[in-house]
Design a protein around this ligand. Structure first.
Ligand SMILES: [Zn+2]
Length: 59
């Protein structure tokens, strides 16, 4: 199931069809996620949460 998942770069949405049902563009196999980017946002979210806890005096 996962390997059949495809991605429309025009709509930036995932579909199972080889042609996008929304815009009829050719869909492509989705690229593996960039873990560095994920980590970056994860770290950012954790930092924001930490700051909020600090403000409340809970950290
Ligand atoms: Zn599309």
């Amino acid at each position: 199931m996962v390997e059949k998942l495809r991605y429309c770069p025009a709509c930036q949405r995932y579909t199972l069809a080889e042609q996008c049902p929304a815009c009829s563009a050719q869909t492509i196999p989705p690229k593996p996620p960039k873990f560095s980017l994920e980590d970056k946002y994860g770290a950012y979210r954790r930092e924001v949460k930490r700051q909020k806890l600090k403000e409340k005096g809970l950290y």
